[in-house]
Design a binder for this molecule. Structure first.
Ligand code: SF4
Ligand code: SF4
Length: 191
């Protein structure tokens, strides 16, 4: 999709076809409120409520950035990280009802090393074939991205998202998913 032609009608059509599979999410279109994280207003809800999946690349990055051994930031059993038979086999360790890396100041204490799931949040891109609406790989011929936002996040109070900003958002999400970019292009958390 080029910068001058965000076709909200197509995005809505695709969303209607798949919305039931994403019951915790809403579609983000140009013109809707942008995201500004305000952790103080929600007491860092996402870092308390969600269990964060961690892939091998995430675990390596966290180890590199934080200097912590995996057993200190992943859920463990008998001192070893629990590995589930999934593409992202680990979970961030939790303590007292929150991610163990959440600081008392409501900021991430290992921000540079946080997993991709944390970098993407509160967004979730869904790649679909524009004709059939079937899920496809990112970058596949005919793929189009729906930008979804997690309904529980109260941070969507910013100024309306322009079309160019929406296109940039899709590009940012794509870079984050592919590992090309390590940072989020949306506002950083304000505790
Ligand atoms: S991303 Fe949303 S849920 Fe998480 S701390 Fe920010 S405002 Fe709260
Ligand atoms: S790693 Fe950081 S951003 Fe992710 S859940 Fe833990 S405290 Fe929150």
């Amino acid at each position: 999709m080029d910068r001058d032609s965000v076709d909200s009608g197509v995005l809505r059509r695709l969303w209607r076809a798949v919305a039931s599979r994403y019951s915790s999410y809403d579609l983000v279109l140009p013109g809707e409120n942008s995201f500004i994280c305000r952790a103080a207003t929600c007491n860092a809800w996402c870092c308390r409520a969600l269990s964060v999946p961690v892939g091998d690349a995430d675990a390596e990055r966290m180890q590199r950035a934080s200097g912590l051994p995996p057993a200190q930031f992943l859920e463990c059993e008998n001192g070893e990280p629990i590995a589930l038979p999934l593409a992202e086999p680990y979970l961030l360790a939790r303590r007292e009802g929150a991610c163990s890396l959440l600081g008392k100041d409501l900021l991430c204490s290992r921000y540079e090393g946080r997993p991709v799931a944390c970098r993407l949040y509160p967004y979730q891109p869904a790649w679909l074939d524009v004709e059939t609406g079937r899920p496809v790989s990112r970058g596949a011929v005919g793929a189009i991205a729906l930008v979804l936002r997690h309904r529980e996040c109260p941070g969507f109070t910013g100024p309306p998202l322009g079309e160019e900003e929406w296109v940039e958002l899709v590009a940012s999400l794509q870079r984050l998913q592919s590992g090309e970019s390590q940072g989020s292009d949306w506002p950083e958390r304000q505790a």
